[in-house]
Design a protein around this ligand. Structure first.
Ligand code: LHQ
Length: 245
């Protein structure tokens, strides 16, 4: 299991160029086959508040290029990890930080954490995939209302909306995230990675295409050591020991 900690606590882990570089490096490490679950969290009292607005004091540069160069490759790298990715939202998640939390497969939230789209509050449109992820997670109506109001959502409301899986007492979030990540890491990782691909495609495919992709990926799954182990364990009436191979 690998924990990626966004670490600029003085500014609630807002992204500057150096933090983008560190994040890219961590996401490369996360691709290692021995890493079978990833936790994304923040240092200090925030999760991540997106772009460091201090970088705009002197006026905006080419924001489109900034997104293409830094945010977009990272969100794609995060989203295409073929293993479970869990956001442990320890404090406020805003702007691109909210988008990154939503790009993860699951979200655990500290009871005091909050979720703020933020983009519209400074006259921007959502970026870093926020429109893609929030619409898929919440549906159009809630996505429209939330992203266009920019209002702060409590952990309890985020849970009621299905945005977060569980709300955890503040001091226990890291422990709970590590426990859940360990459970996820013990699953047949190859099958989990392929399930992610299938779920991603499901929104775009017609039924016939989806059935075909399921058939293709099932042929791959059947060739794995974990499939052999799963069947043996079932027949021997014991718990399986999956290795992710
Ligand atoms: C911050 C920030 C911040 C710097 C709090 N920067 N210091 C990417 C590329 C290019 C263009 C456009 O888009 C993007 C993607 C984006 O992410 S755009 C959206 C950027 N983020 C925001 O607009 C969020 C701005 N922050 C807030 O609205 C509030 O701070 C939230 C709601 C996040 C948290 O509120 P509070 O819990 O009340 O905390 P606070 O406001 O007191 O903030 C604590 C400190 O963090 C404070 O500094 P200080 O020195 O006064 O303690 C803030 O200035 C600093 N901070 N966000 N994005």
């Amino acid at each position: 299991m690998l924990t990626i900690t966004l670490n600029r606590p003085d500014v609630l882990n807002a992204f500057n160029t150096a933090m983008h570089e560190g994040f890219r490096t961590a996401l490369k490490e996360a691709r290692d086959q021995d890493v079978r679950a990833v936790v994304l969290t923040g240092a200090g009292r925030g999760f991540c508040v997106g772009q460091d607005l201090n970088e705009f004091r002197e006026g905006a540069d080419d924001v489109g290029e900034r997104l293409r160069k830094n945010y977009n490759p990272s969100v794609l790298a995060l989203r295409t990890l073929d293993k479970p990715v869990l956001a442990a939202v320890n404090g406020v998640a805003a702007g691109a930080g909210l988008a990154l939390a939503c790009a993860c497969d699951l979200r655990l939230s500290a009871a005091s954490a909050t979720f703020v789209p933020a983009f519209v509050n400074i006259g921007l449109v959502p970026d870093t995939g926020a429109t893609y992820f929030v619409t898929r997670l919440l549906g159009y109506s809630r996505a429209f209302e939330w992203l266009c109001s920019g209002r702060r959502l409590s952990a309890a409301d985020a849970h009621a909306w299905g945005l977060v899986l569980e709300v955890v007492e503040d001091g226990r979030l890291a422990e709970r995230a590590a426990g859940l990540a360990a459970t996820l890491a013990a699953l047949p990782t190859g099958a989990i990675g392929m399930t992610k691909r299938l779920l991603e495609r499901a929104a775009l495919s017609d039924l016939a295409e989806q059935l075909e992709l399921e058939a293709q990926l099932q042929s791959v799954a059947v060739g794995s050591e974990d499939f052999r182990e799963g069947v043996s364990a079932f027949l021997e009436k014991r718990e399986p020991r999956f290795t992710g191979r």
